[in-house]
Design a protein around this ligand. Structure first.
Ligand code: FES
Ligand SMILES: [Fe+2]
Length: 392
């Protein structure tokens, strides 16, 4: 296959163990292409259900560069719309709140019922349009545990196909009973892919993270590769297992492990026995992100670990921010040939970059691999791939 080049970046699938060219992580043209080829075609986390409890509750969010608004109707249905007024395009909503019975545009006061219908506009006789057809433009929405996702593309796969193993795992952990415990937001000078990749590997944990390293064992982890995501199942170290209460709904194995996931392109869910957290990496520009970190638990006795987690998550995020901003600066080094990834500890980075490349090139290939993979399997496979390439 011939190389697929954009702004000097070869976005074809990287060779085994290699990473996309450094410029891919700061080129404005690649960033713009990712907003349409990746974000506008993916299921992206936009809100949580606890922000949408009552009729009229809304959250203004973004799917890549597109402003959207999700809204609970007075009929109880959660809907999503482009956050763009059909009149001249002004955004209708900011932040989160309750709009009452109607969402009213701040520019010329067109107003919309919570199901998107236009219900108010002045000077109608001056417009050459059939007002009965004017409405907010709907987007696809779907829920999973405490989360709401949106999708701009009617041709994208179904949500069930996209989200993979997460809903079932969340349901087993009692995901519908989760309560918001705390949240953090940070803005960081880094490309969104650099931050995602940092969240996909356990190689840096022993070097960068004191608390997280005390908590999980990365060496005996198993990796799962889905069509639009991936997971690491890692065990909780014995000292910390003692802190976890009896949980009759979970098997002994599930009580002792944490799932670190990726829902492509930008959500990193982390599911442990007593909590669910996520990191969402919102792309703001080629070298700027907003990082949204939220954590949920089941309240009651299990909230005892909340203070510990509150400190540990903020500390871990700040440690990650320290290293990813180094990567971002280093990628600009003139003549830097591009990075590499290890076969096991960083295997999910390779899988992520293949998803990025597939989205850019439009290649129709499957990236799902049934089963879970151990260190020995992935290292042997990588050695085999390299040997095969050497002989061809
Ligand atoms: S742009 Fe919304 S009413 Fe004019
Ligand atoms: Fe980290």
């Amino acid at each position: 296959m011939s190389p697929f080049v954009l702004d000097g970046c070869d976005l074809s699938m990287p060779a085994p163990g290699r990473l996309l060219p450094p410029r891919t992580f700061f080129s404005p043209a690649v960033f713009d292409a990712e907003m349409t080829r990746i974000f506008a075609r993916s299921w992206v986390h936009v809100a949580d259900l606890d922000e949408l409890r009552n009729g009229g509750d809304f959250v203004a969010a973004a799917i890549g560069a597109s402003p959207v608004v999700v809204l609970r109707g007075h009929d109880g249905v959660v809907r999503g719309f482009l956050n763009a007024c059909p009149h001249r395009g002004a955004t209708l909503a900011d932040g989160r709140g309750n709009c009452g019975r109607q969402l009213r545009c701040p520019y010329h006061a067109w107003s919309f019922a919570t199901d998107g219908r236009l219900v108010g506009a002045s000077s109608r006789d001056e417009f050459a349009c059939d007002f009965s057809t004017v409405a907010l433009q709907p987007i696809r929405v779907a829920c999973c545990g405490p989360m709401v996702f949106g999708c701009l593309d009617s041709d994208a796969p179904s949500f069930e196909e996209w989200i993979g193993e997460l809903p079932e795992a969340l349901a087993r952990h009692g995901g519908d009973r989760l309560e918001r415990a705390f949240e953090y937001a940070y803005e960081v000078d880094v490309n969104w892919k650099v931050y995602v990749e940092n969240g996909l590997e356990g190689y840096h944990v022993a070097v960068v993270h004191d608390v997280l390293n005390d908590f999980v064992e990365t060496k005996d982890a198993r990796h799962h590769f889905e069509e639009h995501g991936s997971y690491t199942h890692a065990s909780i170290k014995p000292e910390y297992r003692a802190m976890i209460p009896e949980l009759p709904h979970l098997s002994a194995e599930e009580r002792g492990r944490v799932r670190f996931g990726l829902v492509f392109p930008n959500l990193i869910p982390v599911l442990g026995p007593v909590e669910f957290s996520y990191l969402r990496i919102d792309p703001l520009g080629p070298e700027r992100i907003r990082l949204v970190a939220r954590s949920f638990d089941f309240g009651g006795d299990q909230a005892l670990l909340r203070d510990f987690r509150r400190d540990a998550i903020d500390r871990t995020n700040r440690q990650d921010i320290g290293v990813v901003t180094r990567v971002q600066r280093g990628l600009h080094a003139h003549g830097f040939a591009g990075g590499m990834h290890s076969a096991f500890l960083e295997s999910r980075i390779g899988h992520f970059e293949r998803m990025v490349s597939r989205a850019h090139t439009g290649e129709r290939i499957s990236l799902a691999r049934p089963g879970s993979f151990t260190r020995a399997q992935l290292v042997a496979e990588c050695a085999g791939t390299l040997a095969m390439r050497a002989t061809t």
